[in-house]
Design a protein. Structure first.
Length: 152
C-alpha cells in the first residue's frame, strides 16, 4: 500500500510504502491506543461521578458497596463461628483435664483443697518466657544464670 503526501509548500511529494504486516501492526496499535484512552476516560468519569454522587452512578456504587458489606459480614460470621467452635472444643478439653486431675488426685490420696490454687497465688499465664526489651531471633541471655543460650 502506498500513501502519497502532498502539500502546497513542499516542493516534492512524499510517498509512504506500507506492507501487510506493517499495516496490520499499525491498525492493532491504533486499536490498542483507543481502548486504553477510552478506558482511562471512562475510569476518570466514573470515579468523578461516584465521588459527586451522580444519580445513576451512585445507585451502581451502592450496589457494589452493599455486596462488599455482605461479603465482609459473611466472612466475619464464618470466622466467628470457627472461633466459637474452637473455644467450645477447648472448654470441653479443659473439663476433661479437670476431671482427670480430680481422679488422679483421688488415687494419690490428696485432698482437692490442697491442690487448688488460692486467689492470692496467680495461675499460669501465657506469653514469652523471656523478658527481653526487644524481640530478636537470638535467644535471651540472663546475667544471673550461666550462659546456656536458653532461659526457662
Amino acid at each position: 500500500m502506498q500513501i502519497m503526501i502532498t502539500h502546497g509548500r513542499l516542493a516534492k511529494t512524499h510517498v509512504l510504502q506500507l506492507g501487510r504486516w506493517q499495516l496490520l501492526g499499525l491498525a492493532l496499535g491504533l486499536l490498542a491506543g483507543m481502548l486504553v484512552l477510552s478506558g482511562v476516560v471512562y475510569h476518570l468519569i466514573f470515579v468523578k461521578a461516584a465521588r459527586e454522587g451522580w444519580p445513576v452512578v451512585s445507585q451502581v456504587v451502592k450496589l457494589v458497596v452493599k455486596d462488599e458489606f455482605a461479603q465482609r459480614d459473611r466472612y466475619m460470621r464464618e470466622n466467628l463461628e470457627a472461633m466459637a467452635r474452637r473455644v467450645g472444643e477447648m472448654q470441653a478439653r479443659l473439663v476433661q483435664l479437670e476431671a482427670m486431675g480430680e481422679r488422679v488426685s483421688g488415687l494419690a490420696g490428696l485432698k482437692p483443697e490442697e491442690i487448688k490454687l488460692s486467689e492470692k497465688q496467680p495461675g499460669g499465664q501465657g506469653g514469652r518466657s523471656c523478658r527481653c526489651s526487644r524481640p530478636s531471633s537470638r535467644p535471651c541471655r540472663t546475667s544471673s544464670r550461666p550462659s546456656t543460650g536458653w532461659t526457662s
